[in-house]
Ligand binder design. Structure first.
Ligand code: GDP
Ligand code: K
Ligand code: MG
Length: 300
């Protein structure tokens, strides 16, 4: 009772940028929860995922998005771009995330989109921990400031939690008055089933080398509570036989590892014991089939 404070401010924050700049890492670290999966590979995030932070009188809703990229070739890629574009609408502030080490053509594409945003755009220069010369940063920020009229430019390291408190304070300054959208204890718009499937997909994405993790989808077939344990069965869908072999690995070693790592993350997230079963199946063409995508939950 003592701690109860009425929520008087509520707003949405879009996190956009090209693939791999650290958008999902940023959201997870601001929330202090691993909601959105991350990896070194582009296209790890396929869906819009909300991270809800309720603190004192304020509810801040972060919108993590798939990277805006050029590939329009496949249905799954078009889906990801639509999802990222939608996030730019109806938000109170945009965090345009870039990699401190380099500005690329893909960043130009994102810039062209955020220019039309009708709210403040903050340029977030991530991965400053990777800059070898610290005095490179200032001149770099000066030249970035010429690209458009950013509200602010904030250098951070999402991974090392550097300067995130400053970024959060800045974000909060843009959150308008309003009633809360979500209950105080809700941290995401996504179901536990969705989060479980994403965890498995993250482990596969990280385990596979360049063997096209983009062609993997995960479907939760069972999610049942039994006493203090959650029983989860997940079906891993791949495009090709070779991919199935790689995921299973020598004498099943790889899928065993994927299962173990997934279970540990699930237990952390759900704060409950998890029994996990994994299956792999070949369903070729799923990633370029609108109906298959919808049945896997990629539907807008
Ligand atoms: P996204 O595709 O933009 O969502 O990027 P991710 O969050 O998946 O991150 C891509 C890669 O960059 C992952 O390997 C992260 O661990 C890494 N990364 C994210 N933030 C930082 C950072 O501040 N410093 C460094 N060195 N790496 C980072
Ligand atoms: K990534
Ligand atoms: Mg991501």
């Amino acid at each position: 009772e003592e701690d109860y404070q009425e929520i008087t401010h509520c707003g949405f924050v879009a996190i956009v940028g090209r693939p791999n700049v650290g958008k999902s890492t940023l959201m997870n670290h601001i929330l202090g929860q691993k909601l959105s999966i991350t990896s070194r590979k582009p296209q790890t995030t396929r869906d819009q995922i909300l991270g809800v932070q309720t603190k004192g009188h304020m509810q801040t809703i972060y919108v993590d998005t798939p990277g805006l990229h050029k590939g329009q070739d496949k249905a799954i890629n078009r889906y990801m771009n639509r999802t990222a574009n939608q996030a730019l609408k109806d938000v109170d502030v945009v965090l345009f995330v870039i990699d401190a080490e380099r500005w690329t053509e893909e960043d130009d594409n994102v810039l062209a989109k955020v220019r039309h945003a009708e709210c403040p755009v903050v340029l977030v220069v991530n991965k400053v921990d990777k800059l070898e010369e610290k005095d490179e940063l200032l001149p770099r920020m000066m030249s970035l400031s010429e690209k458009m009229d950013f509200s602010q430019i904030v250098p951070i390291s999402a991974l090392r939690n550097k300067n995130l408190d400053r970024l959060e304070a800045l974000v909060e300054s843009y959150i308008p008055e309003g009633v809360q959208y979500y209950p105080e204890d809700q941290i995401t718009n996504r179901s536990s089933r969705f989060l479980a499937a994403e965890i498995v997909r993250e482990k596969i994405t990280r385990q596979l080398g360049q063997e096209v993790p983009y062609e993997v989808a995960v479907q939760i077939e069972e999610f049942v509570f039994e006493g203090s344990t959650i029983h989860i069965s997940a079906l891993i869908l791949v495009e090709r036989d070779g991919q199935k072999r790689i995921i299973i690995g020598d004498k099943g070693a790889k899928i065993k590892l994927i299962g173990k790592e997934s279970r540990i993350d699930m237990e952390n997230l759900f704060q409950q014991k998890v029994m996990l079963n994994l299956w792999v199946k070949v369903r070729s063409g799923w990633s370029d089939d609108e109906r298959a995508l919808a049945s896997l939950g990629y539907q807008d």
